[in-house]
Design a protein around this ligand. Structure first.
Ligand SMILES: [Zn+2]
Length: 174
């Protein structure tokens, strides 16, 4: 009979074991064991950003772009682009956002999609900007979780070799 795969409590150890042998058990805080297997696959996905395209083109130019309501007297600004205002329903226009802000909150991700697996665990932050009515969800780099605090000044960094993806921007301590 074949031996059971080894069990780990840290997912990064599970990932190392998967790379080595292809199977591992992940034991959670309650002692529940989940069998995890290595199952590589690759697809090429052709994706249109459609109306969100200016956001990704902006990242490639080192600009962070959001949306501003066009209605007089409203003018809500959204850090995550949207075609219509969440307050009044009017159409929005593109605006450049500040590239520096303050950390509103954060979480540490111990699992991520394919684009982020190599840097897992990583910190994901909500950044607030002066004059902007919503928060931006973005990766934080160059800081350990223990370094982070609410209100921490942070600023954007842009990939000099853009991939036209959310990976083209991240924030670091200012
Ligand atoms: Zn509005």
């Amino acid at each position: 009979m074949k031996a059971r795969p080894p069990a780990f409590t840290k997912f990064r150890d599970v990932q190392a074991e998967l790379a080595r042998s292809g199977a591992a058990l992940f034991r959670d805080a309650d002692g529940v064991e989940s069998l995890v297997i290595r199952y590589p696959y690759a697809i090429e996905y052709i994706h249109s950003y459609a109306e969100d395209s200016p956001f990704f083109l902006g990242l490639a130019e080192g600009r962070l772009r959001g949306s501003r309501c066009t209605k007089q007297g409203c003018g809500c600004v959204y850090a995550t682009p949207r075609s219509h205002c969440m307050e009044c329903g009017s159409p929005t226009e593109w605006v450049d956002l500040p590239t520096a802000g303050k950390l509103h909150s954060w979480t540490t991700c111990h699992f991520g999609s394919e684009a982020f697996l190599k840097e897992t665990p990583y910190n994901l932050g909500l950044v607030e900007f002066d004059g902007v009515n919503s928060l931006l969800l973005v990766r934080l780099k160059d800081a350990r979780e223990s370094d982070l605090y609410v209100g921490m000044p942070v600023e954007a960094r842009f990939d000099p070799n853009p991939k036209y993806s959310v990976t083209d921007v991240w924030f670091v301590p200012k």
